[in-house]
Ligand binder design. Structure first.
Ligand SMILES: [Zn+2]
Length: 195
């Protein structure tokens, strides 16, 4: 563990064995964005189209730090409550170094991206394939086509088995399941509440 921590070249002190670059180059409008919401929307769209999802690492004050959803496994957990720590083992986290930082410029009143600070800041330490997207709820929802959604809804209404709904909505080429049992249970719960 000590060796791991010493071999640090990323934001979270995680060693990088293999680097996965994003296939689409990042490009942001020269004059930035008017607010945090529009930054989030643009980066979300960019991330999903490259098979990963993002989370807000820090959004206080006038900066916005957006990390890969897999960032953070090796973070210091001392400031997380005991309760939360027990609830979330976060086994899917890889300590991914991907990070985008936007800063609000008073002069232009816009959010602009800050230059990269580390070597791997725009890279991932895990494959970024559709399978990666399937590891998060948000990612799975983005993989669902409108056709899938209709199939799932109709099957739910007809009280189909969870496993059959998973089969009907899986990816036709790879066979990957786009819905987890928990996703389907959520759908069931929502539809039973008329939502
Ligand atoms: Zn990542």
């Amino acid at each position: 563990m000590i060796a791991l921590l010493l071999n640090t070249n990323t934001n979270f002190g995680t060693p990088i064995d293999k680097i996965y670059s994003v296939k689409t180059t990042l490009s942001f409008p020269e004059n930035g964005y008017p607010n945090k919401q529009s930054v989030l929307e643009a980066v979300n769209e960019y991330a999903l189209s490259n098979n990963f999802t993002i989370k807000i690492k820090d959004g206080k004050f006038l900066t916005l730090h957006l990390a890969c959803s897999k960032a953070g496994a090796y973070r210091d957990k001392r400031n997380i409550s005991e309760d939360k720590r027990k609830k979330a083992p976060n086994s899917s986290l890889t300590g991914c170094p991907f990070l985008l930082i936007f800063s609000f410029k008073n002069k232009s009143q816009r959010y602009l991206p800050l230059p990269v600070r580390g070597d791997n800041e725009h890279c991932h330490n895990h494959p970024i394939t559709p399978n990666n997207l399937a590891s998060s709820h948000q990612g799975r929802m983005s993989l669902l086509t409108s056709e899938d959604a209709i199939i799932a809804k109709t099957m739910l209404e007809n009280h189909a088995k969870t496993r059959d709904i998973q089969k009907a909505t899986r990816d036709k080429v790879t066979g990957m399941r786009k819905l987890r049992i928990s996703d389907i249970n959520n759908l069931k719960y929502n539809s039973s509440r008329g939502g």
